[in-house]
Each structure stands twice: as structure tokens, then as C-alpha cells.
Design a protein around this ligand. Structure first.
Ligand code: COA
Length: 175
């Protein structure tokens, strides 16, 4: 069964393979989350566990963080031990996130695209956002990102406006 899970060392082999796919994806610039992984985490299991612990700590309100960085819950979309995608929920908006980023961002590994995973992953994440007190989630995509726009619309996204290259939408979370 495919479901949202907390990041875990159990999926290390599949996650590392997915990162290689993201890096090789010429159609899309590598997502920031790929750049955020310490290089050692991709070769050393102990470093991978430290990376996972850091990502899990980002959701904890008590974790120290730079000014302007809000708590963020990262979830992985997984089928068994296979990493398929990731999604992050920012707990609050800031003026910067209102322009770029919004509440929720997601990526599906290139070999698993066009199979409905992003649509299902976002649908599964909306109750998680509601539980964090987000009643409507701000989502955005590049105006040229047809796939992401469709994913947002399938989640009930209501178009707000265009800010620079970004289209912005409100998505009801059901909360
Ligand atoms: C955008 C992305 C998340 C879509 O993931 P996905 O799992 O392929 O999406 P889905 O399979 O759920 O597709 C949802 C809809 O979008 C359409 N779609 C997906 N990718 C598309 C593409 N490249 N071009 C046109 N339509 C596309 C699908 O056909 C489907 O529409 P339908 O239900 O009417 O048939 C994925 O391509 C990705 O990770 N891209 C790189 C990172 C990114 O852009 N993240 C979003 C940042 S805002």
C-alpha cells in the first residue's frame, strides 16, 4: 500500500536511488531538498540516519532555527520499502513563503511520475495540514509547470493570482 510515512532510515537504498534520478532529471531543476542533503548521507548509513533525524526535528516547534524559517513537517510517499516522493508542510506562512513556497511543496521521483502519485500524496497530506491548524493551504507552481498546476487543481485549488513566475492557489484542507 502506498502511504505517507515519516522519513526513516529503512528506505535509505531507495531514497539514495531516487536522489540520483532527481539529479539526472534534465526536465526540472533539482529540487531544493536534494541540495539540502549532506553528501555523506548518500554513502554512509550513519550519516543518513543523522540526516533523517535532522529532517524530523524540523517539525518540532522547539528546534532552534534561523530567523524567518518556520517549522516544517516532511513526509515521504512510500510503497513498502520504496521511496516514491516527498512532501513538506510549512506550519506557518511568512512574507517570503507567501511569494515563493507557500504551505506545501512536493516532488515525485522521475521514474514514478504520471501515475497519479502526486495527486494521491497531496490528498493524503491535506488532513495532516488540517491537523496543524491550516484550514486552507497556500500552494504555488511555476506558470509553466503544467503537471503541478493540475495536481493543485485536482486537490480543489482555487486560483488566487500570479506573482512573478508563480501561480498561487488556496487549497481547502477540510480542517
Ligand atoms: C509535478 C509533479 C509533482 C507531478 O507528479 P506526478 O506524480 O507525475 O503527478 P500525477 O501523476 O498525480 O498527475 C496529476 C495530473 O497532472 C498531469 N501531469 C503530470 N505531469 C504532467 C506533465 N509533465 N505535463 C502535463 N501534465 C502532467 C497528469 O496527466 C494528471 O492529470 P490528469 O489526472 O488530468 O490525467 C512531478 O512531475 C515532479 O515531481 N516534478 C518536479 C518537481 C515539481 O515540479 N514539484 C512541484 C513544485 S510546485
Amino acid at each position: 500500500m502506498t502511504r505517507l510515512i515519516d522519513p526513516t532510515g529503512r528506505l535509505r537504498a531507495s531514497f539514495v536511488a531516487a536522489v540520483a534520478e532527481f539529479r539526472a532529471d534534465r526536465a526540472n531543476p533539482p529540487s531544493w531538498f536534494v541540495e539540502d542533503i549532506e553528501p555523506a548521507a548518500l554513502t554512509d548509513p550513519a550519516a543518513f540516519d543523522r540526516y533523517v533525524a535532522r529532517v524530523l526535528a524540523e517539525r518540532d516547534e522547539r528546534t532552534a532555527r534561523p530567523a524567518g524559517i518556520v517549522p516544517m513537517t516532511t513526509l515521504w510517499w512510500a510503497g513498502g520499502d520504496d521511496f516514491i516522493g516527498r512532501l513538506a508542510i510549512r506550519h506557518q506562512l511568512t512574507p517570503a513563503l507567501e511569494r515563493v513556497g507557500g504551505h506545501i511543496g512536493y516532488d515525485v521521483r522521475p521514474s514514478m511520475r504520471r501515475r497519479g502519485h502526486a495527486t494521491a500524496m497531496l490528498a493524503a497530506a491535506l488532513p495532516e495540514a488540517a491537523a496543524l491548524g491550516i484550514h486552507r493551504a497556500l500552494l504555488m507552481c511555476d506558470a509553466t509547470n503544467t503537471g503541478s498546476r493540475r495536481v493543485i487543481e485536482l486537490a480543489g485549488g482555487e486560483f488566487i493570482d500570479r506573482v512573478g513566475a508563480k501561480l498561487r492557489f488556496w487549497v481547502p484542507t477540510g480542517g
